[in-house]
Design a protein around this ligand. Structure first.
Ligand SMILES: Nc1ncnc2c1ncn2[C@@H]1O[C@H](COP(=O)(O)OP(=O)(O)OP(=O)(O)O)[C@@H](O)[C@H]1O
Length: 290
């Protein structure tokens, strides 16, 4: 591995113990409970050869929070999400999750710790039904052996029933009952994004990461997706980190916002604090948003 390239799919390592953090939380203006620190990113630096995508950035995400990462194109937002999801291991810095420092581990191991994500470009199986796509979200939770699954035997049968029940709940919650048998390739864009959200939720994550969940959507689809994000947070208590370019959506949904520019962090705070931060206005917002 080159010292100037991030480690991808790095060495297997046992997952650390995951005690819940004990720091104090707070109650939001709309009555939601925000808990202690769930993920803590400390002095993260990520380089691709000569390009420094992330320069010494630190921030945390609290339990129950909706946390946005914003910034202009190329600011390093997706790279940061890839560090959070374990896809890239940064050259410098530490990722702490549920009170423990995370050693280098494969993304599926990170997923087993309670992280799930959606992607900027939809990553679903077009030829498979909505239901089957969502079921793939539970793969990291399946415990029966391949033989048991092939023979539909013992544990496999009980497991499949339990997974199906959970998936059906999510289908109801996201109001996609009527398309559950439809191949994903036939769906309009907004619904595909909703199916991607459903698949991520199927993994029952503690931290759900959404990379541009509204990209390419019309106004109505954005309203629907905003409502679902709020409902997921409220109903399941899922902590949500999202990258989004639509400032109206970001300011409406988020409890706190991190602002990146050229790999640096130039702002971090509540939507009000961020939109009144002069460096953020100069670099990104241009004018303060109402
Ligand atoms: N795999 C890679 N190899 C080399 N350079 C990369 C790689 N991924 C990202 N970069 C570079 O790192 C910088 C940050 O890119 P990144 O995609 O994280 O930004 P972003 O804020 O998510 O941008 P956008 O809003 O356009 O998606 C850019 O200069 C980009 O060209």
């Amino acid at each position: 591995m080159s010292p100037t390239s991030p480690t991808i799919l790095s060495e297997l390592a046992p997952p650390p113990a995951a005690p819940a953090p004990g720091t104090d939380g707070y109650i939001t203006a709309d009555g939601r409970k925000i808990g202690g620190v769930l993920m803590d990113l400390r002095h993260i630096t990520l380089r691709f050869g000569g390009v420094t995508a992330i320069k010494d950035i630190s921030f945390d995400i609290r339990e129950g929070e909706i946390r946005a990462i914003i910034g202009p194109n190329g600011a390093g937002k997706s790279s940061m999400m890839n560090v959070m999801s374990g896809f890239y291991v940064p050259q410098e810095g530490e990722v702490w999750f549920r009170g423990a420092k995370r050693p280098p581990m494969r993304p599926y191991q990170v997923a087993r710790q309670g992280l799930a994500r959606t992607f900027q470009n939809i990553a679903l199986f077009d030829g498979m039904s909505v239901l089957d796509n969502i079921m793939t979200g539970r793969l990291t939770m399946m415990k029966s052996s391949l033989l048991e699954q092939a023979l539909w035997w013992g544990r496999a049968e009980a497991e499949e029933t339990r997974h199906r029940e959970q998936v059906e709940k999510i289908i109801d919650f996201l109001e996609i009952q009527n398309i559950r048998k439809t191949p994903v390739g036939r769906l309009p864009y907004g619904l595909k994004k909703r199916v991607e959200l459903a698949r991520a939720l199927a993994a029952e994550p503690k931290l759900l990461m959404l990379d541009e969940p509204m990209a390419g959507m019309n106004v109505e689809e954005k309203e629907d997706m905003s409502r679902f994000i709020l409902d997921v947070n409220d109903e399941f208590g899922t902590t949500i980190a999202l990258i989004e370019h639509d400032m109206g959506v970001v300011m409406d949904l988020s409890d706190r916002v991190v602002v990146m520019d050229y790999g640096r962090k130039i702002g971090d705070g509540t939507p009000d604090e961020v939109r009144n931060n002069q460096e953020v206005i100069d670099a990104y917002l241009g004018v303060a948003h109402d």
